[in-house]
Ligand binder design. Structure first.
Ligand code: KG4
Ligand code: ZN
Length: 346
């Protein structure tokens, strides 16, 4: 009964993520069980410059990656001999940063004669939801909101995606970071605005809503960002005091309203009753609350990951790699970093 044995065998993925400013490795069993999740953040380094410096990120990844992988294996009480396949983010992201993870994954896979699986970073963010929600299965509608991406995606099946909306300019997280810098809250701005907004009035200032002709599910945040900057400049010129908490709360409210209303519109049009949040901004308390209320009102089920799985991590890559592995996806030794990789492309 060799076939049965093969089928019953656990698939243990060593996953690596290095697309931006987090060096991360994780061991994931059968796509949903995280045996270890190690993240070495570079936030302290980049905070000195007010944002991610790509060259510094690459160098830091090189310094950290072996330690992070060793730690992920030891936390899982495993060695490379226990690993079934190596999964790695190969795009989108910073090319130099991605290359560190891809080269490392190829080296390990080659040395240990293991299958190599290239993972799309956004697919990883979506799959982060499988870790803590064992009952969650596609199809569902996913709102991915991170520092680099703002997408509405239908996940039709494992590994099958249809992008139905995206940002035309800034990503939601990018808008949070830029507005935080303008208010003087520092980097990374998202969590700081989230905190300041708790002390402010979300209706203190009304910001204009972006309307995109012919694309009901697309987003635009650069106009909102400019409106915040104009508001600040105007107040400064007039010598008026600005309450940073009110400003943070009103800006956040405008972002959340845009995200929630378009997600609801898409859910109705695509006839889904399961919604999923993903990406760094999915940690935002107002977004979680706004989505929860809108979903409850319509009888939709809402899922989102714990904050540790919202931000960049390798466990989500291990989950996505498992489903790609099950579908037979294998990367060759020519697997390369693809900084502008599109979802659903190979
Ligand atoms: O997914 P992520 O860690 O990295 C990318 O793939 O981009 O997302 C990082 C982004 C940053 O822009 C950060 O400011 C934002 O997520 N973020 C938040 C919160 N926590 C992180 N934005 C709003 N509220 C939060 N609580
Ligand atoms: Zn990310």
């Amino acid at each position: 009964m060799e076939m049965t044995e093969m089928k019953e065998k656990d698939v243990v993925i060593l996953a690596i993520e290095s697309s931006c400013d987090e060096t991360a490795a994780s061991v994931v069993r059968n796509g949903r069980e995280v045996l270890s999740n190690v993240i070495s953040s570079q936030i302290d380094l980049h905070t000195l410059f007010g944002g991610v410096v790509p060259e510094l990120a690459s160098r830091k990844h090189i310094e950290k990656i072996n330690q992070v992988i060793d730690r992920a294996l030891s936390d899982a009480s495993m060695t490379l001999d226990d690993i079934t396949a190596v999964g790695v983010t190969y795009g989108p992201g910073l090319v130099g940063a991605l290359l560190v993870g891809v080269a490392e994954a190829k080296a390990i896979a080659f040395a240990k004669n293991l299958p190599l699986i290239g993972v799309h970073h956004i697919e990883g963010h979506i799959c982060a939801n499988f870790i803590e929600h064992p009952e969650l299965e596609p199809p569902f509608l996913c709102l991915i909101v991170s520092g680099g991406h703002t997408h509405l995606v239908m996940m039709k099946d494992y590994g099958e995606f249809e992008i139905i909306g995206r940002t035309r300019d800034d990503a939601a997280g990018e808008a949070f970071d830029k507005v935080a810098r303008a208010i003087g809250l520092g980097y990374p701005g998202g969590p700081k605005i989230d905190k300041a907004a708790k002390e402010g009035d979300p209706h203190a200032i009304t910001f204009p809503k972006a309307r995109i002709e012919g694309s009901p599910y697309d987003f635009s945040f650069s106009g909102l960002k400019s409106a915040v900057l104009n508001y600040l400049n105007h107040a400064r010129m007039m010598g008026e005091e600005v309450n940073p908490n009110d400003l943070a709360a009103s800006f956040q409210n405008a972002v959340v309203e845009a995200l929630v209303s378009k997600a609801m519109l898409a859910a109705k049009e695509y006839k889904v009753d399961k919604l999923v949040l993903a990406g760094g901004v999915a940690s935002n308390s107002a977004l979680r609350e706004g989505m929860a209320q809108a979903c409850a009102k319509r009888g939709y089920k809402l899922y989102f990951p714990s904050p540790i799985y919202c931000t960049d991590n390798a466990a989500m890559i291990g989950s996505a790699a498992y489903y790609e592995y099950q579908k037979g996806a294998r990367g060759g030794w020519d697997l390369n970093a693809v900084p502008n990789l599109k979802l659903g492309e190979r």
